[in-house]
Design a protein around this ligand. Structure first.
Ligand code: SF4
Length: 350
């Protein structure tokens, strides 16, 4: 898709269907445009309008704002949220008065150095107030670009964001930058909604990759979740119906110092039971249990071993025969307590 195709469609659409009556449109006054852009950073248009109007009544010029006590600015801001914006607004007004003789600089690079003005806001101010060709890239614009151009990757990652900035810059039209910029904002906040975009009415309908491939819900991509490695273990649940044989884990490592079911070694359950003074009567597999640790996911296969205790129950060092009544109070890892509860319930029902 050519840049011209994209920008021409957007400019035409903005002219016919975009927003034209917002209070900060139809002005070239950088002070008013800056005020609106800061208020719009994290807030919807309908909420901003009454605040914007009150602000201009109270502080009609950047000088008036710079001279006001910060508390008066915060008072008027109350309810808009993100109060750092109000403090930065006041500081920025003072810098404009002190360092720029009350005139906002035209270049987006200079604007972006001022308090509270990031790269995208600087571009919007310089486009609307001074007709400068500069690219905006806020969350809504990222969504439009990711869908329209089928951009993979999470837009918050440095790599994808860099790609999007270059794309946004390559799309800038030679003329009518104000209409184009407003068009991007309008498209992102009206038709190309996060959920259920109105593709049928969109000027990009014929060229949008997400629309063609049915990937509107997938793009822009969300932050990739870390894929944890999978591990598996088989544990032995040795019981005579009243007690369960548990092993205390070493102090360091997974489940350090807790009582757990022993792992089934190569010798197998019969040999294991014999070694612990028991005779194996019956075995059956319990349903597998999944448990997530910070660094891996564990599938626990459990072999329920019904035993007859043939030797006197002397607990060896590191081993303990746990009574059913102790299941709720013993130092057990969560999945092991869960398994023992299930087993106790089964035996209780028999
Ligand atoms: S066609 Fe749909 S997904 Fe593509 S830019 Fe338009 S509204 Fe967004």
């Amino acid at each position: 898709m050519s840049a011209l195709n994209f920008s021409a469609r957007l400019i035409n659409w903005q002219g016919q269907h975009g927003r034209h009556d917002l209070p900060w449109q139809k002005t070239r006054d950088a002070y008013r445009i800056w005020l609106a852009e800061i208020m719009l950073q994290q807030t919807q248009v309908s909420t901003v309008i009454p605040y914007y109007t009150r602000f201009l009544e109270r502080f009609p010029t950047v000088d008036a704002l710079a001279q006001a006590p910060v508390d008066a600015v915060l008072e008027l801001w109350a309810g808009l949220g993100y109060y750092a914006r109000a403090r930065n607004l006041h500081r920025c007004a003072q810098v404009i008065v002190a360092d720029y003789a009350g005139q906002f600089p035209k270049e987006p690079q200079a604007l972006a150095q001022l308090p509270g003005i990031g790269r995208s806001t600087a571009a919007a101010i310089s486009a609307f107030a001074f007709g400068q060709r500069a690219a905006i890239l806020d969350g809504n614009v990222k969504r439009v670009l990711a869908r329209c151009f089928g951009i993979e990757g999470f837009p918050g990652s440095a790599q994808t964001e860099k790609k999007m900035w270059s794309l946004a810059e390559s799309l800038l039209p030679a003329r009518r930058i104000e209409v184009y910029t407003q068009g991007l904002m309008d498209l992102g906040s009206t038709l190309c909604a996060r959920r259920k975009p109105f593709c049928a009415a969109c000027p990009m309908y014929a060229i949008c990759i997400a629309r063609h491939t049915g990937r509107q819900a997938e793009l822009p991509m969300v932050k990739a979740k870390r894929v944890l490695p999978e591990r598996e273990t088989t544990l032995l649940l040795l019981t005579d119906g009243k007690r369960v044989l548990l092993e205390r884990r070493p102090p360091a490592g997974i489940w350090g110092g807790l009582l757990t079911l022993p792992e089934c070694g190569l010798a197998g359950p019969a040999e294991f039971a014999l070694h612990h003074g028991c005779r194996l009567l019956d075995t059956h597999a319990l349903p597998p249990l999944r448990h997530s640790f910070t660094h891996f996911r564990l599938t626990i296969q459990t072999l329920l071993c019904q035993v007859e205790v043939s030797a006197s129950l002397v607990s060896e060092a590191g081993w303990q025969w746990l009574e059913r009544a102790q299941i709720e109070t013993a130092a057990l890892p969560t999945p092991i307590r869960f398994l023992l509860r299930e087993m106790a319930q089964d035996y209780g029902e028999k």
